[in-house]
Structures are given as C-alpha cells and as structure tokens.
Design a protein around this ligand. Structure first.
Ligand code: MN
Length: 204
C-alpha cells in the first residue's frame, strides 16, 4: 500500500530513514541552472513516499540536507547524475554515498536496448509505469493528486530494482565496475556543474 506524505520546505525532523533511501527530484525543466528545483521525493522501499516541495529561492532545508549528506544512508537514484547535480546546485549538499539504477543496468544488462525507469520496472519487476506527468508544471501553487502520485512513483520501485540489479551484477562479476561508477558519480555531477564535458573528458 502506497502512502504519500507532502511537506512544505523541508522534511520534518521526525522522519528518519535507515540504511538506504530512494531519491528523485522534479525541476521546472532539464536546464538545471534555468529550471529551478521544485520537488524532492524520498522513498523507504516499503511503500512510503515523502515529497518535499520548495518555493522559488527558498532552499533552506536542514533536515533534508542532513539526510542527503549522511554517509550511513545510501541514496538510490535512477539517473543520479542529474539529481545529484541539482541537489548540489540548489541545496548545496554533497550527496553520498549514491547508487544509480540506470548505471547498474547499463553495466549488468548489456543486452538490453533501454535502461529507462519505465523499461526497468517492466522488465525486472513486471510493473507498468505511467509517464504522463513527466512534463507537468512542478512549480504550480497546488499540485494535483495525479502529479503527487506520479512523483511518488519515481521512487517507489528503486529499492526493488536495486535488489534485482545487484543480483545481476553479482552473477556477471561486475559489481566492482558498478561501484566504481557510483563512487565517481558525485564528481561527475560537480564536473557537469563546473562546465566540463564529461563525454569528451575521457576520450583522446
Ligand atoms: Mn522524476
């Protein structure tokens, strides 16, 4: 059973995650500096989702920042590169340690043509995701029931995906390759923010 909790501006101090937390962000668009951070969604892997909504320019969220920076809590993302950079840019927080289901899939499932959340949920969990709200207005004064449900969906399956992907990585002897990428990911996000082109940085 899915439970969605909505919070304005920060996570309440009473909310705790132990071990790991699934994280996603929603922004006004894909150009990070132009398109502000609107939502941070957090999932506990047991059906509970906490959604923190930010008003423009108000990113003072000490409880959320403490959680994201907590080295004892693994942050699980789908395409961590974008979210980790957005969290660094807007909240000023270095997210670590991180796990990225997209990278895990790219390393474990070299046979698969797609590594999108929709595909991973379908192929690994047999779950059909709806993507209709992806481009909706996350800065709206009032978020609709559908928007909140969509935002929650993006973190609800990440723990289950991680479990499946970890098993595949282990089976193929590729766990350390994936871990190296996860360890490097926060640095990639910083290089992105600093304006480096990581696609060409490692080529001749
Ligand atoms: Mn999302």
């Amino acid at each position: 059973m899915t439970q969605i909790y909505f919070h304005e501006g920060d996570l309440p101090a009473s909310v705790h995650f132990s071990g790991s937390v699934a994280v996603d962000t929603e922004t006004m668009g894909l150009q990070m500096r132009r398109d502000r951070l609107c939502l941070v969604q957090l999932g506990d892997g047991k059906g509970n989702c906490h959604i923190v909504r930010f008003q423009k320019g108000r990113y003072d969220a000490p409880n959320l920042k403490a959680l994201l920076a907590d080295s004892s809590v693994l942050k699980i993302f789908q395409y961590a590169r974008f979210d980790v950079a957005a969290l660094s840019l807007y909240l000023g927080v270095s997210c670590a340690p991180v796990y990225c289901t997209k990278i895990a899939s790219k390393i474990a499932r070299t046979n698969a043509p797609s590594h999108s959340l929709k595909t991973l949920c379908e192929q690994l969990l047999g779950v059909e995701l709806e993507k209709e709200q992806q481009c909706s207005d996350w800065g709206a004064e009032t978020l609709s029931e559908e928007q909140l449900k969509y935002a929650a969906n993006d973190v609800l399956y990440l723990h289950a995906l991680k479990e499946k992907l970890d098993a595949l990585l282990a089976r193929e002897g590729r766990t350390t390759y994936a871990q190296s990428c996860f360890d490097f990911l926060p640095h990639v996000a910083e290089l992105d923010l600093a304006g480096f082109d990581c696609e060409t940085l490692f080529t001749h």
